[in-house]
Design a protein around this ligand. Structure first.
Ligand SMILES: CC(C)(COP(=O)(O)OP(=O)(O)OC[C@H]1O[C@@H](n2cnc3c(N)ncnc32)[C@H](O)[C@@H]1OP(=O)(O)O)[C@@H](O)C(=O)NCCC(=O)NCCS
Length: 169
């Protein structure tokens, strides 16, 4: 039976192996990694799917912050990576992980991610409507910079790590 567990019950090396398989070993150079530099995944929003001893998938969420050019500061949550082992993709497991994180994030800061709009838009209501004038610490394909929720800052500004976040943020 497939079970959802908090990701911090899984050894870090096992999660890293899963992410290498899903994204390739060059994944650390991606802009999404720069957005979470110096922060920790939010425990209450980060999950793994296991079957017996096998790790089938994981989702992690990170505290980030948007600094508007008008001086406003907006806490946000960055979702990702979401990864399912290649041999178990297309079974609805990615959707289970996303739904668990979205449910746990209800009532918290708005959500953002860098990902395929064909997946995250179609199933989970993310879009790039608000993010057109956001600046990031690295290259990003604009149509893949997505957000969801009320209170998403649709203004020019900079998205970066939220270094003073508490574990529960
Ligand atoms: C993307 C990923 C998390 C989806 O999880 P999954 O368990 O395979 O997908 P689900 O079973 O929940 O959903 C399947 C549906 O999503 C669609 N889908 C999956 N990945 C997609 C993508 N990248 N773009 C568009 N649609 C996608 C499938 O076509 C399928 O649609 P259907 O129901 O109409 O046939 C998983 O495939 C994965 O880990 N891929 C490699 C890493 C990756 O690309 N992560 C996301 C980065 S943006």
């Amino acid at each position: 039976m497939t079970q959802m567990v908090p990701i911090d019950t899984i050894p870090d090396e096992a999660v890293e192996r899963l992410l290498d398989r899903a994204f390739g070993c060059d994944r650390h150079a991606r802009t999404a990694y720069r957005l979470r530099a110096g922060t920790w995944a939010i425990p209450g929003l980060s999950f793994a799917l296991v079957e017996g001893d096998a790790l089938l998938g994981s989702i992690q969420c990170w505290p980030v912050q948007f600094d508007g050019d008008d001086g406003t500061v907006w806490p946000l949550v960055l979702i990702g990576p979401v990864a399912i082992v290649p041999e178990r993709q297309q079974e609805g497991l990615g959707r289970r992980l996303m739904e668990a994180a979205l449910a746990a994030a209800t009532g918290g800061p708005p959500l953002t991610l860098i990902g395929d709009p064909e997946y995250y838009g179609r199933f989970f209501g993310f879009d790039a409507a608000a993010t057109g004038s956001w600046r990031l610490p690295g290259p990003v394909e604009r149509h893949r910079l997505l957000a969801r929720g009320v209170n998403v800052p649709a203004i020019p500004g900079v998205l970066g790590p939220r270094r003073h976040a508490t574990a529960a943020a």
